[in-house]
Design a binder for this molecule. Structure first.
Ligand code: COA
Length: 707
């Protein structure tokens, strides 16, 4: 990993384009450096000035008498290339290019950006940007950006692909007093990107939570590796913008049609332990949850409230976000009954009633926090005439101290009347929300994080597969490409699956009704006929499939009917013959598939199969990279199909193990052969003993990866 310790702890910073004129970016950067209390050397670079803000000026970085660790570039784009070269010659280690006018403006800008990157490489300089607001570290401290001042000091690192977002957050953070360790504007990410900054924040002792605003991920595979490691150490919360499916590429398989790029991001984040926020509010709701609190040991929540309605809302949220209400012991309940008014509710949520002063809250909180079933507490307060907001808030702090392993959340539902209490909670680091739902959602985020982290920590290598024949797959692909096709015929796809130990119903290609009958007789009835054409993906739709044929006559007629229907509905389509397959006894219909995501590689799908796949969309996804057995099991359990597989209404349970094995083998096949674009095994019949794929579709992208 790139070592960014010098970037965030530089001994000297030059500002190229520093200006004496207020209102110019080169002036603001220098003001920020000065006001941030940066203790290192500052060198303004300006062609005409002698001195700016009391710092001695130099006409070029090359004239600076000492080594420069970081140069912040704020000169117009056409000058910036030459400036970068001078910085390289002067031995600058990091360039932060504020200047806009690169890739984001089109062809000309892209060329300029490529030249900038080339120069940086030549001189072994690392580059932040171009097109950035700048960077800052509140603990070093320094602010090398043109933000209007710095945010309060704290433990959150904020990494943003959008400069505007960074500026907005900075302003907002000051109004709510939220503290940050680092602010990083990544801009065009021509060199250093989110992976470098996440890893660096992970290594930074002053950062305890990492937040990112991302529009894309630069290198999916590396992201999965590095961020997976980082998330074991610190919570990483990402808001990924651009979730619409408009950009999803056209896909010919069921799996491809089901999986947009948004699903790939979702899956990638989950598999590498990243919490994905749906919006800005949630990003920070989660951040404040993590920043000062331990992760709860489980998902049981105790709620103490002074009003019934909000208590019910919170309880509903607990269920919605897959948490559980703590179930107090008999002793706890008895204790509460004894010490609270008779009208109070002593079960979870504990309702201490609208006239509760802080002391009554104390009784309730003490009891529920001490109960073993409580992993986390939510303290809720609605303002009544007798409410004591500050004293009640202080209680939350007291509980945090007394029970350091149990996080406490607050929902102080009101405004002015509760302000004093809310401020105290924020200053003390108790996550506080205006309404219960975001509080519960944030708790659920923590629980999810703990779960993801546990999975990553306990991950074991998936399998060692013995009966795998790579050469056979290569040979099949070679033949397909030689035939100038990218879609494998059924019998070819079957050979590929079989070479990877995936159970498939045997299938043969025949070219006449008589040949079909001959094969049927040798396999035994009943049989299935399917049209074999590289141009026909959904065979049923064109009358290209006949099932349950039990005699020579039915096979002959079936053959002729398929040919007639296909020729009528798709005249001129190349037809390679008809595939004949032994009809398998019915089982639970499942789909296992793969579509290759441009960013994150093979994305594996599992779900309810058959012809209604796209209609029912009962599918779960995982990326093949780092796929673990636990992930595969979870992926199966996430679907409704799992209810069928467990044995529904008296039917025998299906052999889940053989499905796990099939998924693992599809993942392996996809990773071993990057030229496979899409795979569909649909349907796979799952039996109580084993599973078998009836239809295998494989599409390859090109032959350039074949040896
Ligand atoms: N070395 C040192 N200083 C130089 C120089 C050089 N080779 N060439 C010019 N300068 C000086 C200029 O004389 C000027 O100083 P002055 O104010 O004393 O005259 C200073 O550098 C800045 O140059 P100027 O031409 O005035 O540029 P500018 O300040 O108007 O604009 C940028 C420069 C970088 C701010 C502008 O090009 C830009 O990119 N703006 C957008 C930034 C942005 O939005 N970034 C992304 C945020 S998300």
């Amino acid at each position: 990993m790139s070592d960014l310790s010098i970037l965030f702890n530089p001994k000297s910073i030059a500002v190229v384009g520093a200006s004496n004129k207020e209102g110019k970016i080169g002036h603001s950067i220098l003001v920020n450096l000065q006001e941030s209390g940066y203790a290192g050397n500052v060198y303004p670079i300006n062609l005409k000035e002698e001195e700016i803000l009391g710092y001695k000026c130099y006409p070029s970085v090359k004239e600076v008498p000492d080594a420069v660790d970081v140069a912040v570039v704020a000169v117009p784009a056409h000058i910036s290339i030459n400036v970068a070269k001078e910085c390289g010659e002067a031995g600058v280690k990091f360039l932060v290019v504020i200047t806009a006018g690169f890739k984001e403006i089109g062809e000309e800008g892209l060329k300029r950006e490529q030249e900038l990157v080339r120069i940086c490489k030549e001189y072994n300089m690392r580059l932040v940007g171009p097109n950035v607001v700048g960077i800052m570290d509140n603990h070093t401290p320094f602010n090398a950006s043109f933000t209007p001042g710095s945010p309060p000091k704290g433990k959150i690192a904020f990494i943003s692909q959008s400069g505007a977002m960074l500026l907005a957050i900075l302003d907002w953070s000051r109004s709510v007093g939220l503290g940050f360790s680092r602010f990083i504007s990544m801009g065009n990410k021509a060199d250093l990107n989110e992976i470098d900054f996440i890893w660096s924040a992970c290594e930074d002792p002053q950062t305890s939570v990492i937040l990112c605003y991302l529009e894309d991920v630069t290198d999916g595979e590396r992201f999965l590796e590095v961020v997976r490691e980082a998330s074991k150490r610190k919570p990483i919360i990402i808001l990924k913008a651009g979730t619409s499916t408009a950009g999803a590429r056209a896909a010919s398989s069921h799996t491809g049609a089901l999986a947009g790029s948004n699903i790939a991001y979702d899956t990638a984040f989950r598999q590498c332990g990243v919490l994905r926020a749906d919006n800005m509010a949630e990003l920070f709701d989660l951040a404040i949850a993590f920043v000062n609190q331990p992760v709860p040991a489980g998902k049981q929540i105790a709620i103490v409230t002074n009003s019934g309605g909000p208590g019910i809302i919170a309880t509903d949220s607990v269920e919605r976000y897959n948490l559980d209400m703590a179930r107090f012991s008999k002793e706890t309940t008895a204790n509460l009954r004894e010490s609270l008014p008779v009208e109070a509710s002593v079960y979870n949520p504990v309702d201490v009633l609208g006239d509760a002063p802080a002391d009554r809250y104390r009784t309730a909180l003490e009891a529920v926090m001490a109960d073993d079933s409580t992993h986390c507490a939510l303290l809720m307060l609605s303002p009544t005439a007798v409410t004591e907001p500050l004293k009640t808030a202080e209680l939350a702090a007291e509980m945090r101290q007394k029970y350091p392993d149990k996080p406490v959340f607050a929902a102080f539902m009101g405004g002015e009347r509760l302000a004093e209490g809310t401020r105290f909670l924020a200053d003390y680091g108790i996550p506080t929300y205006t309404f219960p739902e975001p509080a519960v959602k944030a708790i659920s985020g923590m629980v999810n994080y703990a779960h993801m982290r546990q999975k990553i920590e306990n991950a074991e290598p998936l399998y060692t597969f013995d009966n795998i024949d790579r050469q056979a797959v290569k040979a099949t692909f070679y033949d397909v490409i030689r035939d100038r096709r990218l879609v494998l015929l059924g019998n070819e796809a079957t050979q590929v699956a079989q070479a990877y130990g995936i159970p498939v119903a045997p299938i043969y290609l025949v070219n006449s009704p008589d040949e079909a009958v001959e094969k049927a007789e040798s396999m035994g009835y009943p049989v299935v006929l399917k049209i074999a054409s590289p141009k026909i993906i959904h065979k049923t739709d064109v009358g290209g499939v006949k099932v349950g044929l039990t005699s020579a006559e039915e096979v002959k007629n079936g053959y002729l009917e398929i040919m007639e229907s296909v020729n009528r509905l798709m005249p001129g389509t190349p037809i390679y013959g008809i595939e004949i397959q032994k009809m398998m006894p019915p089982g639970n219909e499942i789909i296992v598939g793969m579509t290759r995501d441009l960013q994150f590689g093979p994305l594996i799908a599992f779900g309810l199969g058959g012809i209604y796949v796209n209609l029912l969309k009962d599918v779960s996804f995982r990326l093949a990279q780092n796929l673990t057995r636990q992930e595969i099991e979870e992926m199966i359990k996430e679907t409704k199909a799992y209810t069928l597989l467990r044995g529904y209404r008296g039917s025998d349970p299906s052999d889940i193990e053989s499905l796990v094995d099939t998924i693992a083998r599809i993942a392996k096949l996809s990773l071993d052969f990057p030229e496979i674009a899409e795979i569909d095994l649909n349907p796979v019949f799952a039996y109580s003993d084993g599973a078998v794929a009836l239809d295998v579709k494989i599409t390859i992208s090109s032959d350039d990866k074949l040896e």
